[in-house]
Design a protein around this ligand. Sequence first.
Ligand SMILES: *[C@@H]1O[C@H](CO)[C@@H](O)[C@H](O)[C@H]1NC(C)=O
Ligand SMILES: *[C@@H]1O[C@H](CO)[C@@H](O)[C@H](O)[C@H]1NC(C)=O
Ligand SMILES: *[C@@H]1O[C@H](CO)[C@@H](O)[C@H](O)[C@H]1NC(C)=O
Ligand SMILES: *[C@@H]1O[C@H](CO)[C@@H](O)[C@H](O)[C@H]1NC(C)=O
Ligand SMILES: *[C@@H]1O[C@H](CO)[C@@H](O)[C@H](O)[C@H]1NC(C)=O
Ligand SMILES: *[C@@H]1O[C@H](CO)[C@@H](O)[C@H](O)[C@H]1NC(C)=O
Ligand SMILES: *[C@@H]1O[C@H](CO)[C@@H](O)[C@H](O)[C@H]1NC(C)=O
Length: 491
Amino acid sequence: MGRRIATAALLLFGLNALKGVVALDNGLAITPQMGWNTWNSFGCSLNETVILDAAEKLVSLGFKDLGYEYVVLDDCWSAGRNASGYLVPDPAKFPNGIDGLAEKIHALGLKIGIYSSAGTMTCARYAGSLGYEEKDAALWASWGIDYLKYDNCYNQGQEGTPKLSYDRYNAMGQALNKTGRPILYSLCNWGVDGPWNFASTIANSWRTSGDLLNTWDRDDANCPCSELEGLDCKTPGYKCSILNVINKAVYYPSKAFPGAWNDLDMLQVGNGGLTDDEAVAHMSLWAAFKSPLLMTNVLSNIDPPTLSILQNPAVLAVSQDPVGSSVNRIWRYYVDDVDANGYGEIQLFSGGLAGGDQLVLLLNAGSKDRTMNATLEDIFWEDGPGGTASQVQQSWDVYDLWANRMSNETAAAIINAANSTGSAAPAAPINMTALGGAKHVYSQVPPSDSKALMGTKVGSVQPSGTVKAFVKAHGVAMLRLRQQSQKKDEL
Ligand SMILES: *[C@@H]1O[C@H](CO)[C@@H](O)[C@H](O)[C@H]1NC(C)=O
Ligand SMILES: *[C@@H]1O[C@H](CO)[C@@H](O)[C@H](O)[C@H]1NC(C)=O
Ligand SMILES: *[C@@H]1O[C@H](CO)[C@@H](O)[C@H](O)[C@H]1NC(C)=O
Ligand SMILES: *[C@@H]1O[C@H](CO)[C@@H](O)[C@H](O)[C@H]1NC(C)=O
Ligand SMILES: *[C@@H]1O[C@H](CO)[C@@H](O)[C@H](O)[C@H]1NC(C)=O
Ligand SMILES: *[C@@H]1O[C@H](CO)[C@@H](O)[C@H](O)[C@H]1NC(C)=O
Ligand SMILES: *[C@@H]1O[C@H](CO)[C@@H](O)[C@H](O)[C@H]1NC(C)=O
């Protein structure tokens, strides 16, 4: 057991001291947005064919049913501006225009997102929107666009203070609002100037750090946040690993609330760089931190384990929980079993869910499987430090949210059916449509006997007790605690 790093002072960062802050009032992203984005798999080789194919797969593989609704075009869709200063879609990539594509995506019951940069050029050096905010927003609205991812490249040095960043991003926020069309505004300035402090009134989400690489951990001076780099976890950096992004996001959980989310960057699940346990941990952490969940894998050749990670309703219900409260990190210890990159640590995250339930996430970033322990006193630290929280004196049932992960056989059957007929999934984990739709299902407290939404009850913990869980190396235990019935005290 190594040194305990988290201190009470650090924990205070996580307290919900921000009540009363106003969100951007566009009615969107009341729970973190879910969808699919072109970038990590297609880069600049996007076109109508691959995007429509992904949209169709969102439907036929059952993703739409589970709440994944936005199909987002990233960089490289345009062919510059015309003589009147309006952006023109690349006609080779989009022979039917983006409005034509939008119509087809809407016909599938999905929504469409687009990309630009708050700079003179996008990151891939296409026309940017700085100075063209109103024209661009009006054009996108006229095409039926529902979502904007707004990047930070070629910003002409208009950053370095929160005000400079705020003003530049607010210009687009105002322009989007002026269109009268509700357009989800996903601000992507990589954490520069602390968007968690200035963006919640102008955007629905903001990136907390540099681009997430398809790696579990990785030493990189460009994205510091390890003991070797002096624990500088407040420099946003770029080319960040999963562990690195998490070790930065722990400072801002309380800044997120319904309509305004910390964006830990798009999911790398299914892109090949992670083991199965690492991908499960990645998905669990992103859901627990209420990050937007934008898949980026090629859906037309998804494999069964990937499908079953992205389609665990018990985990998605945590992401979409109506309380909308991120987990806080309670503690972090270094451990001796480091991996090849020199990392070895374990962490406890905890946070409230609807119905008085509590999410407990135990992260094992050591290189050995281990049993991990979390006391109720630690789990409910945010509700009253030092064991003063009333919840510490209750008995709790413990549910393992990954226990009912879909089998690879079921996942393969879904993929085969979508491959051969293009028809709806035959064996989806839960029929959301029959239950009133994903948004409705997630807005309820899940019934204790719902295997899809609660996983499996694996034990219980007595007052002042300790939750124990076996956690694989580079893995997590994701547990939902539910208070036991008080009947025996009521008489
Ligand atoms: C669309 O993009 C895909 C992937 O980059 C490519 O294989 C395909 O040839 C492209 N189709 C058209 C019509 O450009
Ligand atoms: C430029 O594009 C806009 C929007 O599509 C269009 O209304 C306008 O006519 C175009 N102008 C020229 C000169 O092509
Ligand atoms: C524009 O902003 C106003 C004031 O915050 C808000 O009431 C309205 O819903 C917004 N409209 C859109 C389309 O976002
Ligand atoms: C579904 O089709 C894709 C593309 O043809 C292929 O890569 C994949 O292996 C197929 N999956 C199954 C389970 O047959
Ligand atoms: C958890 O507790 C068990 C004893 O119940 C102990 O063997 C194990 O080392 C503990 N794990 C950690 C990570 O402290
Ligand atoms: C599905 O297959 C993957 C990869 O082989 C494996 O790691 C995982 O444990 C399997 N899932 C289940 C539920 O058996
Ligand atoms: C889900 O429920 C809906 C509405 O009851 C029904 O139409 C649909 O066939 C069901 N889907 C599956 C896969 O059973």
